[in-house]
Design a protein around this ligand. Structure first.
Ligand code: FE2
Length: 140
């Protein structure tokens, strides 16, 4: 179920970034609002591609909404969203999620996946690396 778990991580990030898109505040509101929009759009596409691949490799049961939502809720409630002191906190948490994502993608790759799957998750990691750079520029 490693791909299903990866899809859940991406859905969690998609929701997290969408919440951040609306909770962004402060002098650079427009830039932060737009950056979070870009991030959740990428997470939406990546979630879709990964969950479809998970269905193929791990079976139809991976799409079970209850199973997905339980994991997503568990992770989201550990994060600061509405109560974050500043947008910097939102980006710092985003960076943490991105790093977790890339570490997990390494684990999935090590487990031995098909070439198609390796390409797909490699692309997901590549987009995460760019987001990490963008976030890094914002929080330094
Ligand atoms: Fe919006």
């Amino acid at each position: 179920m490693m791909l299903a778990k990866l899809a859940i991580k991406l859905r969690t990030m998609q929701l997290y970034y969408h919440f951040c898109h609306n909770f962004a505040r402060g002098p650079v509101f427009m830039q932060d609002h737009a950056a979070f929009n870009e991030f959740y759009d990428e997470a939406t596409d990546d979630y879709d591609a990964v969950i479809e691949n998970a269905m193929v490799k791990e079976g139809d049961e991976v799409v079970c909404p209850k199973m997905q939502l339980k994991s997503i809720y568990g992770r989201i409630k550990e994060l600061k969203c509405v109560d974050a002191e500043s947008d910097k906190v939102l980006f710092e948490q985003g960076l943490m999620l991105e790093k977790e994502l890339c570490t997990y993608i390494e684990d999935v790759k090590q487990s031995g996946v098909s070439l198609g799957c390796e390409t797909l998750i490699g692309d997901v990691a590549a987009r995460s690396e760019v987001r990490q750079y963008k976030i890094g520029q914002r929080i330094r």
